[in-house]
Design a binder for this molecule. Structure first.
Ligand SMILES: [Zn+2]
Length: 368
């Protein structure tokens, strides 16, 4: 069975466990983004060593290459990428809108041309759900429209209504299996009344979990937090809550404080490939000349391979020489740091001292 058990709350922050067909996930949880069936620069063993329990796959990329049918014939995404743990796939909708060419969206779905070779494709709620089934996603997402920002009230309301009609169709197309889940997605832009409407409408459909979408799209952190303050209490307490595409360490802790359980973001992996490190002393750019003679570890509080074995000076050298090992080590570190942050938050919530953990961690970021 797919289930969420809430162990403790501290303010609005929650510590729980998600049980799935592919293993348990302690929450709060950060999911490593494995866009095209790989977390870039990382072996599956290396991803496991960071403490990650869930990886994310992108429907848009996988439907184009190698195709969902081919992934299925290879035994599914778990087998193909050597990740027996839980996998969450997105619906493909967000990336169709941001990457594909010649898009045409109507009630039926989205017709588009591949950004790779111009070939024509169609994505509907039914086809997106089928693709995610073929990929063998532990957690599937409904096809939604991520409302662009900014949007007028009328634009946001009509976009949300389409998302709700597509949610009904996605739910009807979903083939229930023990330990598998499908999440609905709350839209509604920056309008409180729409966010409440979306949460209530989707909650009535009894999804296994709920995502909050359409945030971190340029509205700013204060507005994002305000929308979480509105939305999270409207969602069922006994189901997991996933904030899509967020964010910085500060975004994560602020969202945990508001009742979010799950996150994904390309930030730690993408930053790792461009010499930026998230640490307990804030964000560093390892290309900076200040590190050229720095023999100390990147983050003395971090248990990862990069911090245990290598110096800041070596990392600086690797990035200056554009060696592959630089992105590998920094991705390892950044993912480990994000996992440590979530583990620390969970322990603090269970001990009833989340507020202290939040304040101490933020003070650490300011002292680097
Ligand atoms: Zn580290």
């Amino acid at each position: 069975m797919f289930s969420y058990t809430l162990h403790a709350t501290d303010g609005a922050a929650r510590a729980g466990t998600i049980a799935t067909a592919h293993g348990d996930v302690p929450t709060p949880s950060f999911m490593a983004v494995g866009t095209a069936g790989t977390v870039k620069a990382m072996t599956a063993d290396a991803v496991r060593a960071t403490g990650a329990r869930v990886v994310l796959g992108n429907t848009y990329h996988l439907m184009l290459r190698p195709t969902a049918e081919r992934v299925a014939s290879l035994g599914g995404l778990h087998k193909m990428m050597d990740w027996p743990g839980p996998i969450l796939t997105d619906s493909g909708g967000f990336q169709v809108m941001s990457l594909a060419k010649l898009r045409k969206m109507d009630e039926a779905g989205v017709t588009f041309r591949s950004h790779l070779d111009g070939s024509a494709h169609f994505l509907s709620p039914e086809r997106s759900t089928e693709i995610q089934h073929l990929l063998d996603a532990t957690i599937s997402m409904v096809l939604d429209e991520c409302t662009p920002h900014p949007a007028t009230y009328d634009e946001a309301a009509s976009s949300m209504a389409l998302t709700h009609r597509w949610a009904v169709r996605s739910r009807a197309a979903f083939q229930p299996r023990a330990g598998y889940a499908q999440f609905g997605i709350v839209q509604g832009s920056t309008y409180e009344v729409l966010r409440r409407d979306a949460a209530a409408t989707l909650a009535a459909q009894n999804f296994e979990g709920y995502a909050i979408g359409g945030l971190a799209v340029g509205e700013g952190q204060d507005t994002m937090f305000a929308m979480l303050d509105i939305t999270a209490p409207c969602l069922p307490a006994q189901k997991p809550r996933y904030l899509m595409g967020v964010g910085t360490p500060d975004d994560l802790l602020g969202s945990v404080a508001r009742g979010v359980d799950m996150f994904d973001c390309v930030m730690p992996t993408r930053a790792g490939r461009t010499a930026r490190a998230f640490t307990s002393h804030g964000i560093f750019n390892l290309r900076n000349a200040r590190f050229i003679d720095d023999a100390g570890p990147l983050d003395e509080a971090c248990p990862c391979l990069c911090c245990a074995r290598h110096s800041r000076a070596y990392l600086h050298h690797l990035f200056r020489c554009e060696e592959m090992l630089g992105p590998i080590l920094l991705t390892t570190h950044n993912l480990t740091y994000y996992q440590s942050l979530m583990q620390g938050a969970r322990a603090a919530i269970l001990a009833g001292r989340f507020e202290t953990y939040y304040a101490t961690t933020r003070a650490g970021w300011a002292d680097g």
